[in-house]
Design a protein around this ligand. Structure first.
Ligand SMILES: [Zn+2]
Length: 296
């Protein structure tokens, strides 16, 4: 009897001491489109956390103490890079392999803002890489690789998820190209300078933007140049964005003969999660196709 009890006790201790599966890595992504890509790669293993949610812009965000705690507790922080999320530079200083700054990856092929439109008002690296689905494939590959390094036990799942998502993104790239092609050469005015990568990918022609710095009214020279494009009939379509104050645009362009569309670079209207990224790109594509193709 005693022997049976001892055996049972040993069996229980042995069983309790070998968990069926390790905890998934604690991963946090900066913005919702990135979070969505990461959520796809982690499907079946765990769910990533998200720093920025709701109608806020990474260009002027400040961390709360609870954000800072979530970042400090993460095994991996995935972000675009210093030109976009300046609020992460200090918290990630010295984080080494615990952070993945996508803008620094050669495969992502980061480029400077297109110079010229506004006389060089914008300078430096354009951080809006996620709006190009082909660059998103490079992001997915890098995320899969890093996750597999910190959690080799689940590497096969990450690899399969990344392959499936990359195939969908390649198909999405083709679909966007086909949808935009008929009116791709018609110039438009963006709200802020976020669509350089997307425009180069699909042959679009952003002729300027209302806000060089999303928080500030553009200068007189920019407004005069945009007004000239509109009055010459070069531009008939312009965009506002949900996370920024549309009064910047209405103060300038209330009387201009423009069709207005709405572009959402971050998905602030969408539920964060695996579906957000593809939903976001499809919605922006439809908004651009409607505005460029419209005649009213
Ligand atoms: Zn931006």
């Amino acid at each position: 009897m005693r022997l049976v009890l001892i055996c049972a006790a040993i069996a229980i201790i042995t069983f309790a001491g070998t968990p069926a599966k390790a905890d998934p890595p604690r991963v946090i992504a900066s913005i919702a489109p990135l979070h969505s890509l990461v959520a796809n790669v982690m499907a079946g293993v765990g769910e990533p956390d998200l720093i920025l949610s709701g109608p806020v812009s990474p260009h002027d965000f400040a961390l709360t103490p609870s954000d800072a705690r979530r970042i400090a507790a993460a095994d991996l922080v995935i972000w675009i890079g210093a030109p976009l999320e300046s609020f992460l530079v200090k918290p990630l200083d010295g984080a080494g392999e615990r952070q993945l700054a996508l803008l620094t990856l050669p495969a992502v092929d980061a480029m400077p803002f297109d110079a010229g439109d506004d006389g060089g008002d914008t300078a430096g690296i354009d951080p809006h890489i996620w709006l190009d689905p082909v660059r998103a494939i490079a992001i997915v590959t890098a995320v899969e690789k890093r996750l597999s390094e910190i959690d080799p036990e689940n590497a096969n799942i990450y690899r399969a998820n990344a392959a499936a998502l990359s195939a969908r993104l390649a198909a999405l790239d083709e679909a966007i190209r086909a949808r935009l092609q008929p009116n791709a050469s018609r110039p438009f005015i963006a709200f802020h300078d976020a669509y350089g990568y997307f425009s180069r990918r699909y042959g679009l022609r952003p002729a300027g933007h209302f806000a060089v710095d999303p928080q500030r009214r553009p200068g007189a020279r920019t407004i005069a140049r945009l007004a000239g494009l509109v009055s010459a009939g070069t531009v008939a379509c312009a965009f506002v964005e949900p996370q920024f104050d549309a009064r910047i645009v209405t103060a300038i362009a209330a009387d201009w003969p423009l069709r207005f569309g709405r572009l959402d670079p971050l998905g602030v209207d969408l539920e964060p999660g695996p579906a957000l990224y593809e939903t976001l790109l499809k919605a922006n594509t439809e908004a651009i196709a409607d505005c460029l193709g419209g005649s009213g």
